[in-house]
Write a protein that binds this ligand. Structure first.
Ligand code: SAM
Length: 285
């Protein structure tokens, strides 16, 4: 166990606060403070930095973020059992930990940031990880309220986030992430690092917002990718029919061959289709 602070070991915290992991809350805890420090470092440096952490649980990552110098950590946790344990961390770092009890899906960090920005660092509960990421990627206005996302996902989801055109894992999430951010896998984490161990390997992903992504409406981009990847083996002239606008008009406006398939189209092609839908879709919808 690393000596990143003088707080008790996490196993003791879990025992004392009765924090047996609940599957329904996606609880797979990281108890090795060397590993949580490595995760935190992937989001550093922390000078004058506010961090939003989703799901601090017993606080292993929270402790690493504070020990490495985060000015302030806003920690949103749904499990009421964890609040007392987190308060002990708050007492060790006075004025630097804001504990928010509630559902991260309903939490608007802007109310806490007072116009400032944050980094989001989290070992996410896997049952809501994709929903949270889509929320953050479709934030308005852009550039968003965060300047980095450093997040743990199941390896398979991480692969979809960073996938490039032409790969089997390239899909809706790759287009959305590639449109607005630069996304990169930082390192893999074996199931044995978690308590209890999940069935699959995990991976830490860092997403950095692009200052000026190609302009289009995220809602329309999502509709286009949903249609295209919903039938990914079909040619676009067929799969885009579900949009309710003439696919050939859209494809021609976007400069894309009608016989192309979704997985061959780069992000810029989907953006062009979303723009074409904004222009030509309204009448037919
Ligand atoms: N950060 C801790 C760690 O690394 O050991 C815990 C990570 S565990 C994978 C996910 C955490 O998210 C749990 O503490 C769980 O209670 C919390 N959680 C689950 N659903 C949540 C939600 N909707 N909003 C906020 N927290 C949630």
């Amino acid at each position: 166990m690393s000596q990143i602070d003088d707080l008790p070991p996490l196993r003791e915290v879990i025992r004392r606060h009765g924090l047996a992991a609940k599957k329904s809350l996606g609880q797979n805890f990281l108890l090795d403070l060397n590993l949580t420090a490595r995760i935190a470092r992937a989001a550093g440096p922390f000078e004058n930095t506010t961090v939003l952490e989703v799901g601090p649980g017993p606080g292993g990552l929270t402790r690493a973020l504070l020990a490495l110098g985060a000015k302030r950590v806003i920690a949103v946790e749904r499990d009421e059992r964890a609040i007392d344990a987190l308060q002990e961390i708050g007492a060790r770092y006075p004025g630097r930990l804001d504990i928010v009890g509630g559902d991260a899906l309903e939490f608007d960090p802007r109310a806490y940031l007072d116009g400032g920005r944050a980094k989001v660092v989290a070992n996410l509960p896997y049952n809501i990880a994709t929903a949270l990421l889509v929320d953050w990627l479709t934030a308005e206005p852009w550039p968003p309220w965060y300047d980095m996302l450093v997040l743990m996902f199941q390896r398979e989801v991480a692969a979809r986030i960073v996938a490039k055109p032409g790969s089997k894992t390239y899909g809706r999430l790759s287009v959305l992430a590639g449109w607005r951010t630069e996304a990169k896998i930082v390192f893999d984490v074996a199931p044995s690092a978690f308590v209890p161990p999940p069935k699959v390997t995990s991976a830490l992903v860092r997403l950095t917002p692009r200052a000026e992504p190609l302009a289009c409406e995220s809602r329309l981009l999502q509709r286009v990718t949903e249609a295209a990847f919903g039938q990914r083996r079909k040619m676009l002239r067929q799969s885009l029919k579900s949009l309710g606008a003439d696919p050939l008009t859209l494809l021609s406006a976007a400069g894309i061959e009608p016989t192309t398939r979704a997985e061959e189209i780069p992000v810029a092609g989907f953006v062009a289709l979303a723009r074409a839908l904004a222009k030509h879709g309204a009448l037919a919808m």
